[in-house]
Every structure is written in C-alpha cells, then in structure tokens.
Write a protein that binds this ligand. Structure first.
Ligand SMILES: [Cu+2]
Length: 619
C-alpha cells in the first residue's frame, strides 16, 4: 500500500480541531456558503481574523448551548427552509478557471416537521434540504464533515466521476467506513473538468439519507451546451417523507413479519414502507417559487426520495427538457416529467403567460409501490408566481393522460446534445435481480439478490481496503458480488428484473450508455440495441419483469457500486460492485484516518448481518 499522508485532515476526535482548521482557512462555523481559498492580502487576513473571532465566539456559544443545555435530547425545530435559497444567485461567476471551494458541515440530529408532523431528523448544518454545493467544472471541492450524531455516516457525491479519488466516493462498506460519532472526515476531490449539470449528495450508510441528509450539487461550465440559453436557475428538490426514523422502518421491513407485522398473511411479502408524505424543496405545502416575468428559468429537478417516482409539472407551462443526469439534451417539450429516485432533469420554463400564481405539481406515483398508504396525499403542490403578489393558485392540471407509469422518460426523448457512439463491447456481464424469501433468521425474511448474492455492507472492511492491501483480489465474502477487471474493458451490463416492480439503478463513478430496455428477459440477438448516440445517464429505471442493457468502460480505477437507489432495496441487498483496474487501487494514497476509522467500527471486527443493526438509533 502506498505511503500514508501526514495530514491531520479527518483525524480529530474532537470538534475543536475542525474549528481550528476552519479558522485557519478563514471559514466560520455555521457559515454554509462555499468558501474560496483565502489569499495572503492584508484585506483578507484582517477579515479572516475577525472571522476567527466570530468562530471562537460561536464555538463558545455552541459549547454553552450544548453543555449547559436543558438536557433536551433534540434541539427544537430549528432547521432552516428558506425558499429564496432555491433560486440560485445569478452573480455566481461561471468560469473555466478552477478554484478550491471549502465547506464545513456538521451532521446532527434535530427535530423538524417538514410536513407538519414533528419528528427527529438528521440534517447538515441545521438545513433541510441540506446546503447547496455550487461549483464550476474543474474546481477542487473540500468538504469537512463532522459527525455529531450517535451513529456512523458517510457522504456520497452522486454522479461525480472521482477519477483517481475513488476513496472519496463516500460509500459505506465499499470505499469507506462510517465516520464514527464525534469524528470528522474531509472529502477532497476535483470536479471532473468534463462534468457539468445537476447532481446531489447524500448519506450512503444504510437508509440514513431517508432521514434528511441530502442536498443539491450544481456544476456550472461555459462548455455546457445549454449555457447561456436561459436567464435564471432554480432548484426543485422532490422527496418522499416518513414520520418515523428510517432505521425502525428498515428493521421492520427486513423482519420476518414484514412492514405490517404479518407480511399480509404471506400475501405481500417484502412490501416497502410506504411514505407518509411528499415534499417540494423540503415542504409538503407552501413551497413557493417567486419568479420574474418574461424570463427563461432553468428548473433543476432532483429526486432525493427513497422510494417514490414523481410526475412533475407546472400548470399551463410547457417544459423543455434540456438535461438528464448531467448530460445536456436536444430540447424536447413535455407537459410532465417522470423522475425516479436519484435522477435529475433540467427543464426550461418560460414565465411568459398571464401574470399570476400557478400550481407546481409533484404527483407521487403510488401505483409503483407494493403497498399503498391510504392517508397519503399523492398530489404535492407548490406555487409558482410571477408578475404579481402570490395567491393560492386556481389553475388546473394538464388534461392529457399521464405517460406510462413507473418508467423513465422515453429514451427517444433523451437525445444527448453532444453525440457520442459507444465503442464495441468486450465483455458481457449478465445479472439478474430479484427478491427472495430466505430462512436466515429462522423465518421468512425477504432480501434482495443480485444473482445469488444479497449485499451487506462490510462496514469495518470496505472492499477498497481489501484491494489496497492485497492487490488484485478475486475471492470475496458471500455478501459481496464483485466483477473484477484489471484491464480497460468495455462492459455490456445486461440485467434482467425478476421482480414485478421497476427499480432505479445507479452506477457510481460512471456515465453509461443505455443501449436497450424492455419487457421480459433480454434475448441476445433479438432484443433491439441502439448504438447511435444512445442516452447517457448515471441512473436508469429497469422496468418490472423487464431488462436493461447498459455499456460502460472500466477505465476509472476503484470500487464502484451498482445498486438500486430505492433505499429499502439497497439495504435489503440490491447492490453489486465493479472493481476496475485494481492494480491502480493499490497505488491510491488513501488518507490514513480511513483505516483508523475502520478500526473503530465495533472493535474492528466484521459487522456482517445487515448494517442497520449498528446504525440504529438506540438499538
Ligand atoms: Cu429497487
């Protein structure tokens, strides 16, 4: 293994170190804005001393607040949802000159009530949804994450290629061990100069992100084909929401009696916990976009939910789809956009209709669930207003019928603006995904399987460290399905879905071509494949009892998860890995504190057996 760096990043077990570091970089705690690197000019130095003093006062205040508090387990409802923050600052400088952007994040448990029901939730810097990461292509991103929760966590940067920095991918049990309570981990990586568009970050340990640890990433670039074709940027974050902490729901979901306690008499085994509500920009009601008339707005739609596909629309406004998962598209006009978990779309909306307030609709596609919640209000509404004072809209929904349910936007509508044909494949990887009843725990436990493997996070022995220690490895624990390629290979990943539901699958560290998808099993030589500028994405939905064929190149060294992004399903085992160029993994300079933090997991022994047991709050 390569020599370990001497940096103290991420090694502290006391927040003081974080603050010292923050001060030395001119960052004040609780300042959630990105910080560019301070210069040596006197002006900056002065600001920076003041900043340090403010931070010191903040630290003392925080210490007093925590140490001499009233013994309340959670803070009161103090998370932030500021609607104006969902409109991006038009003065952000879009440039191809890279800089370093620093963020200081504190992850903790607070009480909140996004849908009116108060519950404990997990948040970054007291914000929900979490802080915006706004960068230019090629920038270096440094995020120091301090874990103030009582359980471990990791943060994953969804859609980031992490070329050469796989160990910053933030995937529990694969590229990292959970950051232990009271410790921090500094994520430091370069945004790929060729990447731009709409992304997000989220916790990647068990189902933890379901409880609120997520936020947007916007990458600007003058090279983006749609750059300059719109006037303003706005975020539209969609998510489903539960009234209980996910760990309790997960435990019940994976128990032999299932989510209803009886597995529906065996009638509906494996039914996922249905959400209690849906949110637009962190609110069930009252989310507002106050816009200016006669401008072209780029709405960046991100589904940060756990289970739900949404159908998004704005009354009386045609949406021009121009981006899917960071890939610019030939614009296509639609009334509604289906968006599954972890996917992103940008749509251009022109505020050129009669001045007024209009309904924003995010309709939860409850029909895709195995189990419905009779109390769920499926139609989540927000208000878009321009040219007048906001009022409750009385606009009506589009009258045309919904597109096919539970599937992605038709691939004929996802045409990359920069055409790229895939190279010929050199390897077929055939995978089946299914849910099966197992008798592991003496009863009928329903788990997810990729081929014959139901994944479980190796939270103290992530696969990246296994490779870093031993080089090319081909034998793994029974809970790990790993496809190893130590040469650059063009992989056709062919997956058949033996489950009746559709599933949004995400491949870490890659943009793949979608060659084909359809009903039934893939038939070699018969199922049609598209090789001329096929859609490129990082997350696609495999149809129920259907198949997909995606192609990608194993030229990015590291351990890359390929998994269903429905939180419950990943935790139930629907995850496999690609180990690309493992000889290069051995050369990675992995921060020494990663090993240190791994050795702290439950005394350093393998956790095994479904990671919810130790991620559980008070369990
Ligand atoms: Cu799934």
């Amino acid at each position: 293994m390569a020599p370990l760096p001497t940096s103290k990043e991420g090694s502290s077990n006391d927040h003081t170190d974080v603050e010292t570091k923050a001060e030395s970089e001119g960052v004040t705690l609780n300042d959630t804005r990105p910080q560019t690197a301070p210069t040596n000019s006197r002006r900056y130095r002065k600001l920076y001393i003041i900043g340090g003093a403010v931070a010191a006062i903040a630290v003392v205040a925080l210490g007093l607040g925590l140490g001499l508090g009233l013994g309340l387990k959670h803070k009161s409802t103090n998370y932030v949802t500021t609607n104006s923050s969902f409109l991006l600052d038009p003065s952000f400088e879009v440039t191809s000159t890279p800089t370093t952007r620093y963020y200081e994040w504190v992850v903790e448990e607070v009480n909140g009530s996004p849908d009116g029901f108060e519950r404990p939730m997990l948040v970054v810097n007291n914000q929900f949804p979490g802080p915006l990461v706004e960068v230019n292509s090629g920038d270096e991103l440094v995020v120091n994450v301090f874990n103030k929760m009582s359980n471990g966590t990791t943060i994953h940067w969804h859609g980031q290629l992490q070329n050469g920095t796989n160990f910053m991918d933030g995937t529990n049990g694969i590229t990292q061990c959970p950051i232990p309570p009271g410790m921090n981990f500094t994520y430091r990586f370069t945004i790929n100069p060729s990447q731009y568009g709409t992304f997000w970050w989220h916790a990647h340990a068990s189902t933890q992100y379901t409880d609120g640890i997520y936020g947007p990433i916007v990458i600007h670039s003058p090279d983006e084909p749609i750059y300059g074709t719109y006037d303003r940027d706005a975020l539209v974050i969609l998510s489903d929401w539960y009234h209980d902490m996910s760990v309790g729901l997960l435990t019940q979901y994976l128990s032999t009696s299932g989510i209803d306690g009886s597995n529906y008499g065996g009638f509906n085994p494996g039914a996922e916990p249905p959400p209690d509500s849906g949110l637009i920009n962190g609110k069930m009601t009252g989310s507002a976009l106050d816009l200016e008339p006669n401008l072209r707005y780029r709405l960046r739609l991100i589904n940060m939910g756990t289970l739900t596909q949404f159908m998004f629309s704005v009354d009386e406004h045609v949406l021009s789809v121009v981006e899917a998962d960071g890939i610019s598209l030939e614009p296509v006009n639609v009334h509604r956009v289906p968006i599954h978990v972890a996917q992103r779309y940008s749509v251009i909306l022109n505020t050129n209709q009669t001045a007024g307030s209009y309904n924003i609709r995010a309709e939860m596609q409850e029909v895709c669930y195995k189990l419905a919640n009779p109390n769920l209000n499926k139609m989540v509404l927000g208000t878009m207003t321009y040219g007048t004072t906001p009022t409750t809209p009385n606009t009506v929904d589009w009258s045309d019928s919904l597109p096919q349910e539970c599937l992605d936007l038709n691939s004929t509508m996802v045409v990359p603006a920069i055409p790229m044909n895939p190279p010929n494949s050199t390897q077929d990887v055939l995978v089946s995904m299914s849910f099966q009843q197992t008798f592991d725990s003496g009863g009928n436990q329903v788990l997810g399987f990729m081929n014959n493997t139901s994944w479980d996070a190796e939270s103290s022995n992530p696969t990246i460290l296994q490779f870093a220690r031993t080089g090319v490895q081909t034998v793994f624990d029974s809970s790990q399905l790993v496809v190893v390629n130590d040469n650059i290979t063009v992989v056709d990943l062919i997956m058949n879905n033996y489950d009746d539901s559709s599933h949004p699958f995400h491949l870490h560290g890659h943009v793949f071509w979608i060659l084909g998808e359809g009903d039934g099993s893939y038939q070699p030589g018969i199922s049609p494949l598209s090789l001329i500028n096929p859609p490129r994405r990082d997350t696609l939905t495999i149809p129920g009892y259907g198949y997909i064929v995606i192609r990608f190149i194993t030229d990015n060294p590291g351990l890359w998860a390929f998994h269903c992004h429905i939180g419950w399903h990943m935790a139930a085992g629907l995850l496999m890995q690609f180990a690309s160029l493992p000889s290069k993994v051995q050369e990675f300079v992995i921060p020494s504190y990663m090993e240190q933090q791994c050795s702290m997991q439950s005394g350093g022994s393998l956790i095994g057996k479904r990671d919810y047991r130790w991620l559980g709050l008070g369990m």
